[in-house]
Design a protein around this ligand. Structure first.
Ligand code: 0X9
Ligand code: CA
Ligand code: CA
Ligand code: CA
Ligand code: ZN
Length: 312
């Protein structure tokens, strides 16, 4: 489990308990399901939040996924905040009600349960990043099936922190989330319109593409790029993060946002949360910061929900 000083973080069992409680308290606007199984056979939990949540309505859909990288536990708290704000706030906050009534919000708080558990189970942080596939894990955020391994932005060394795996979608976690997103194509139209893949750290708002330094390339027109930059900067205004194209941080191939946009034209961002800098300890902020550093992104989340209703 988390160390005694960091009990404010939710371990995997506590996340599941939170989601159960949310469904108990708000069954009309919250429905639980599983994205699929992790490598070790755990269900990857998902919550859908909307009015008439049990029905598939014709409302723009939005996806948030957290804790794809095992040690980035602050992101799990970000997804739980999204869950709690849009469910507990529904009855009392008219702005929240408006968003929940007009969107279908999918939240995946723990995208990589095996790795997340491995990082904390001994009571001492392991600085674990990848999933737990043999022998030393695969970086699920280099495993997505869009220009996988194309561009020197991942490693073929199984010991590397950015090991891409033997083939695209060889990781059950990325594959399951990808299949879920594929399944949201209805009548030839992708229902999910916007997405954030939450990471730590460096306080960045990142948009595609990550596999190339070019702004305009196959799959990205100038107009599309300009929309990413405009909304990325608008969100960054609200949280004080630095907005940039993801390859400006460094080039990656096979990351989540490149696939979301490249394959499905989902308006997809990577957020790197608190802190702005640090060594390995940057992945392990005190639990005292959870409230402040998750609330810091409320306005950006609301902007993304707004954008899900806008054309390209
Ligand atoms: O390297 C990653 O997967 C992400 N950073 S992290 O420190 N959380 O591991 C960033 C991925 C965003 N894509 C690019 N920078 N190209
Ligand atoms: Ca503490
Ligand atoms: Ca609805
Ligand atoms: Ca729908
Ligand atoms: Zn990460």
């Amino acid at each position: 489990d988390f160390p005694p000083d960091d009990q404010g973080f939710h371990n995997f069992d506590e996340v599941n308990a939170e989601l159960d409680k949310t469904v108990q308290d708000h069954g009309d606007i919250a429905v639980r399901s599983s994205v699929g199984k992790s490598h070790e056979g755990r269900d990857i939990p998902m919550l859908k939040i909307s009015d008439n949540a049990a029905q598939d309505e014709n409302e723009p859909e939005v996806l948030f996924n957290c804790n794809q990288h095992a040690r980035e536990h602050l992101t799990t708290e970000m997804c739980l905040r999204i869950v709690n704000r849009f469910t507990d706030g529904y009855a009392s906050d008219p702005a929240v009600k408006e968003m929940v009534d007009n969107r279908e919000i999918w939240v995946v708080p723990v995208t990589n349960p095996d790795g997340s558990i491995r990082d904390v189970e001994s009571g001492q942080y392991q600085s674990w990043r990848k999933n737990t596939q043999d022998p030393n894990g695969t970086d699920t955020n280099r495993n997505w099936d869009y220009k996988w391994g194309c561009c020197g932005g991942s490693s073929d060394d199984p010991n590397a922190e950015d090991y891409r795996g033997p083939s695209a979608f060889s990781t059950p976690e990325a594959s399951a989330l990808g299949k879920f997103v594929d399944s949201r194509v209805i009548g030839g139209k992708q229902q999910i319109r916007a997405h954030i893949d939450w990471h730590t750290f460096s306080e960045l708002v990142l948009w595609p593409f990550g596999h190339t330094n070019d702004q305009v390339t196959e799959g990205m027109t100038q107009q599309e790029y300009d929309r990413f930059a405009r909304v990325g900067k608008e969100m960054a205004q609200t949280n004080g993060y630095t907005p940039q194209q993801s390859s400006e941080l460094y080039v990656t191939d096979g990351d989540t946002t490149d696939w979301m946009w490249g394959k499905h034209k989902i308006f997809s961002f990577t957020f790197e949360m608190f802190p702005s800098s640090g060594g390995v300890d940057g992945f392990y902020p005190d639990d005292e910061v959870i409230e402040k550093e998750t609330a810091r992104n409320d306005a950006a989340v609301d902007i993304l929900l707004r954008e899900a209703g806008a054309g390209a």
